[in-house]
Design a protein around this ligand. Structure first.
Ligand code: ADP
Ligand code: MG
Length: 245
């Protein structure tokens, strides 16, 4: 388990609302350097809302969020992005009229230097095509002519063009074909090897277990369980209560 000294992203007492409806109730969570962390829970538990709240995409949130030592509790999403926090939403928002290469070019941000000299991977289309072999075979294909799974990959690849340190990945395996799921697993493990951290949301154990070091389990906007992925996998009681098994 990561020690707090290597923590990149840390939320304390995170709460969030849609209008008058409170959805998140005081979450404490952290993501360490090079860690893959799963945010688990059934449909409606608050996974997507947590990722949006961390990124600053909700109009009303409370609590403390620090990223690389910066207080981003009140930051706009573009500010968090500039610091190296990336968000890949559930709905794949690629530009359907643009090609794969053009979509990637839009995500490009300058190379990153951190204050402590931490090395941050610098992505180019060539390096991303090695990570996503499927995309490498179709650099000139318009986004609108790709399958849902390919679009999902392109969304992730475009986020990486911003050279992030932490990627918030909302349900990467949802509704995509098994061959794409395999590539997603591979991609996440390679990101980890490159020193990029991932906080992913996931409903069931199979995908999460293949990639994650730790897990938080959410229900009704509260964290009901936190442990290593191996501990969660062994905990039938928690899985039965809060997850789809
Ligand atoms: P999950 O991602 O775990 O399936 P969400 O974070 O999407 O859960 O949703 C958590 C709760 O917030 C649910 O009760 C859902 O109905 C509600 N919710 C989600 N999006 C909105 C929205 N835009 N407006 C109002 N309520 C919402
Ligand atoms: Mg969701």
């Amino acid at each position: 388990m990561a020690t707090l000294s290597s923590t990149l992203l840390h939320a304390r007492g995170l709460a969030a609302w849609y209008g008058a409806a409170q959805i998140l109730f005081g979450l404490d969570l952290y993501v360490g350097r090079g860690e893959v962390v799963a945010l688990m829970g059934r449909n409606g538990a608050g996974k997507s809302t947590t990722l949006k709240a961390l990124m600053g995409m909700l109009t009303k949130r409370r609590g403390e969020i620090s990223f690389l030592g910066h207080d981003i509790s009140r930051s706009e999403p573009h500010h968090a992005a500039r610091l190296g926090l990336a968000f890949v939403p559930e709905d794949r928002r690629i530009f359907t009229d643009l090609t794969v290469s053009e979509n990637l070019a839009i995500g490009r941000q300058p190379a990153r230097r951190t204050e402590d000299g931490l090395k941050v991977p610098e992505w180019t289309p060539e390096r991303l095509f090695a990570l996503f072999p499927n995309l490498g075979t179709m650099p000139d294909r318009p986004g609108g002519r790709m399958s849902g799974g390919e679009q999902q990959m392109l969304t992730v690849a475009r986020a990486l063009m911003g050279n992030p340190l932490v990627v918030l990945l909302d349900e990467p395996s949802e509704g995509v074909a098994p061959v794409i799921v395999e590539q997603m697993v591979d991609m996440i493990l390679q990101l980890k090897n490159h020193g990029v951290s991932v906080l992913l949301s996931e409903q069931n154990m199979n995908f999460a277990q293949l990639v994650s070091d730790r897990a938080y389990v959410l229900e009704k906007g509260q964290i009901r369980y936190h442990g290593t992925m191996a501990e969660l996998a062994d905990n039938d009681e928690v899985k039965r209560a809060y997850l789809t098994v």
